[in-house]
Design a protein around this ligand. Structure first.
Ligand SMILES: Cc1cc2nc3c(=O)[nH]c(=O)nc-3n(C[C@H](O)[C@H](O)[C@H](O)COP(=O)(O)OP(=O)(O)OC[C@H]3O[C@@H](n4cnc5c(N)ncnc54)[C@H](O)[C@@H]3O)c2cc1C
Length: 450
């Protein structure tokens, strides 16, 4: 018997190692006006805003898909002033909600309710069209590996590729990685967690159940009471008390999304801890469904797992050190900053880094109340051409617990993308840009800045 000829293959072993460093072959992937790292909702909004204003924009994402944490079954919150019907978020975020409503991926009017359950598959379709329509380029499957910086200027970013690494040059970079990964790899300060011990909020693996008989399901208060009673009788793996009620998914009768697990790890920027969290999350999902809901709660007898979140939900890691760090007091005082670029009404909501409790300060804002987010919280203090949006804006642990919500992530994304494009147009750095000009541009786009 003769063996077939081996097929031609590429020899890829071009990696060089010496001591603590590894050198990978680098391929030049071109120059851009604006580079956005991270294609969660903040990154998508940033890229769309920048591209629509004519900046040559590249959005890079480590995962195969876009949408980030918004694809794990969460409702979009806080489009309205507290307990009021006044919309405080417009522009691209509202465009996304309206697009979803047209597709049947959201059944709630944002002016009527503050939690908008969405279909996260339809969200991905909507975001893809939005990015293409704006003319932004998208590169997925590409984790950021390195950032090259000269003094205060970030020159280029290098992304992992299957056969090489890709170097992208950009005049302005926007960190939408959720982890302030651009800032961290550029060697800039990236505070994390509580001031006193750097501990961060715990993680949650979300999941969706199908086959739920919603009409037989007791009121959520009763379910929570039962969970607490059983917690006293037996040791659940899941330490969480006051579990959040599930959301009925639009267009999918019998499907509910759950945010009930709790995994406490030291930090969400270490793959070994993330791997542990993914595993522990699955044990807790199984426990919640098979040991709690199915045997104890009416309506769940024939339920089935229809989706486990594509990845663990990380509430908090690093943030940039900006020209201003938003504080809890700014929120409580309903501060209207002179350089406000977005509004929010979500309260401080801290899932304890230490255990099962949560501290959601619902009702801390008066009816109709809302606060603003200053542009300075989006601008990195120690570099000349780095902006941030979403979960990595400059805010204390307490303030970040409020401004991390999806509407604010999108609104800060739109503001950062708009600022970046105006910087390109004017040849200025983000901190030299006229805030009046930025706010005027945002208003023209339908964004609400005050
Ligand atoms: C369990 C949980 C429940 C929540 N519930 C709600 C809720 O009910 N309502 C609400 O409004 N908000 C909620 N939030 C908050 C909200 O989901 C997030 O804060 C928000 O999604 C942040 O958006 P983002 O764009 O900043 O980050 P993300 O959505 O996390 O996007 C960051 C993106 O960057 C990518 N990235 C990271 N590192 C790299 C790298 N090195 N290279 C390339 N790409 C990279 C990631 O893959 C990701 O796609 C919840 C959060 C969690 C974890």
């Amino acid at each position: 018997m003769t063996l077939p000829e081996p097929s031609p293959c590429t020899v890829l072993n071009k990696t060089r190692t010496s001591g603590d460093s590894i050198q990978l072959p680098v391929e030049e992937a071109g120059g851009y006006d604006v580079l956005v790292v991270g294609a969660g909702l903040s990154g998508v909004c940033a890229a769309v805003a920048a591209a629509r204003l004519g900046a040559k924009t590249l959005l890079v994402e480590s995962l195969p898909y876009i949408g980030g944490n918004a694809t794990i079954g969460l409702p979009l919150s806080s489009f309205r002033a507290a307990q009021d019907e006044r919309l405080i978020v417009g522009g691209i975020p509202l465009e996304i909600v309206n697009g979803l409503r047209q597709r049947g991926g959201c059944e709630v009017d944002p002016a009527q309710r503050d939690w908008l359950p969405i279909d996260c598959e339809l969200l991905q379709l909507e975001l893809t069209r939005l990015l293409d329509g704006a003319g932004a380029e998208l590169l997925t499957y590409s984790p950021l590996l390195a950032v090259e910086r000269e003094g205060r200027e970030l020159r280029s970013a290098v992304f992992h590729n299957k056969e090489t690494s890709l170097r992208v040059h950009a005049r302005v970079m926007i960190d939408c990685s959720g982890d302030a990964q651009v800032a961290a790899l550029a060697g800039l300060p990236t505070p994390m967690g509580r001031h006193r011990d750097q501990k961060t909020q715990p993680m949650t693996l979300t999941f969706t159940l199908g086959g739920v008989e919603g009409d037989r399901m007791p009121a959520w208060g009763e379910i929570v009471k039962r969970w607490e009673e059983l917690r006293l009788q037996r040791a659940w793996r899941n330490p969480r008390s006051a579990i959040t009620y599930p959301f009925a998914l639009p267009g999918k009768p019998g499907h509910y999304a759950f945010n009930v697990t709790r995994i406490i790890v030291d930090k969400g920027t270490d793959n070994r801890l993330l791997s542990h969290a993914e595993k522990e999350g699955r044990y807790q999902v199984e426990e919640f469904v098979e040991e709690f809901l199915r045997p104890h709660i009416a309506g769940f007898e024939r339920c089935y797992l229809s989706q486990i979140g594509h990845r663990i939900g990380v509430r908090e890691t690093r943030r940039i050190a900006g020209y201003y760090e938003l504080q809890r007091q700014d929120l409580l005082a309903l501060t209207q900053f002179e350089d406000a670029i977005a509004c929010n009404s979500y309260p401080v909501d801290i899932h304890s880094p230490d255990g099962g409790t949560s501290q959601c300060e619902e009702g801390s804002l008066p009816k109709g109340g809302y606060y603003t987010i200053p542009y300075r919280a989006l601008v990195a203090r120690d570099a000349d051409n780095l902006l941030a949006a979403g979960r990595c804006v400059s805010a204390s642990h307490e303030a970040l617990s409020a401004v991390r919500v999806l509407s604010a992530a999108m609104a800060t994304g739109e503001a950062a993308g708009t600022a970046a494009a105006l910087c390109i147009e004017s040849g200025l750095n983000p901190m030299e840009l006229s805030v009046d000009r930025l706010r005027a541009a945002l208003r023209r786009q339908g964004a609400i800045v005050e």
